[in-house]
Write a protein that binds this ligand. Sequence first.
Ligand code: CS2
Ligand code: MG
Length: 409
Amino acid sequence: MKRRSFLKSLGLGSAALAADAPLRATPASSPSPMKITRVRFYHNPGTRPMINQSFHIVTVETDQGITGIGEGGSRDTIEQCAAMIIGEDPFRTERLWQMMFRGYFYPPGHEKLHSLGAIDLALWDIKGKALGVPVYELLGGLSRDHVECYSTGYPRQGSLKETARACVEAGFRAFRHGVANLPGDEAFNSHQMVRKSYEECVEIREGVGKDGDWAIDYHTRLDFPDAVRLSTLIEPLEPYFCEDLIRSENPGVYRQLRQQVKVPIAVGEQYGARWDINELVENRLIDYSRISVPNCGGITEFMKIAAMCETHYVGLIPHFTGPLSEAALVHACGVFSGPVLMEMLGDGTAKAPHLPECYDFRNGKLWPNRRPGLGVTLDPKPLQLVAEITERSRPLPMLHRPDGSITNW
Ligand code: CS2
Ligand code: MG
């Protein structure tokens, strides 16, 4: 678009159009700040029973008729977070994040962070809808045309080898497998399962072929020496990544583990905000972050973790948590300049009845769209409204620096 017509599109007068005029845009007066009027929380009957991995839905309404949609959380912590922000300006996503994160003095645990993240998704949805742009435009604009995906639980097509082949032939970048375990609650003999897993990985490598990719999730199932043994066995099979090699409670143990294995490591689906994973990223003990939304605290937090990952050349492979969150991740990952691979469940064709418009998936890839906000549409009919928050409640003092920014009590 030529300079003159671009400036006209900003509503600038002829004086500003003169070739030598200073390019001092005088935008139309920005609309008065919105106010959050009501937060609603809906139970989604299709969600998992775990409260820190829910697909429940939250909506945030404003006095200017724009409503944001988020996903995650549980009733009590949604009510706590929502009551902190009633009456606030939804555009101030960073300030509201700080209010919800620090407003109860003790930092939130993973369950409350899930609710905070659900509301944060809705706030970003409001911002994009109000400005008429997709959220990725507010995060720096797209740095990629689409997002490559891998499939977890790709539908079985005969043998494991045939299934892996069908997955990559469907356009997925990689086929994901899990460490072998016997059906039901039969005893888990890790030595036997390491050998069985290795044999399965050989079959998967044959299935995806020499140019295909595959990954394996140890699912924190193995003890340290078994994780080392399996990683050593499968290294020649070139996995794209190996996930959750050991339990997640003590990330520092990856200092020793990293010295003993040479496979690419992905960790983070069990983590929350940046302080759970910063040691792993800053010391490059992992190659990919599995941090996801809303789990880490939504888009606001995810972008901070992404910046830390970019600094240390760590890629993003966010965990699939829910359909709306998957749509939100396309925005957040679409702008990331480093390597990205997103998790998709099954063959990607499952539809959420309450989200008639959600992410755009085809040929094994996720495609950004131009729909404003997160680009999702909510049909609440399949859901059950369980809470409405319209009153502000801040049970603890909240201190501010002289400039008005929040500091701890
Ligand atoms: C798995 C998860 O996708 C993965 O990487 O670790 O699907 C995990 O099995 C579930 O979140 C457990 O609820
Ligand atoms: Mg996993």
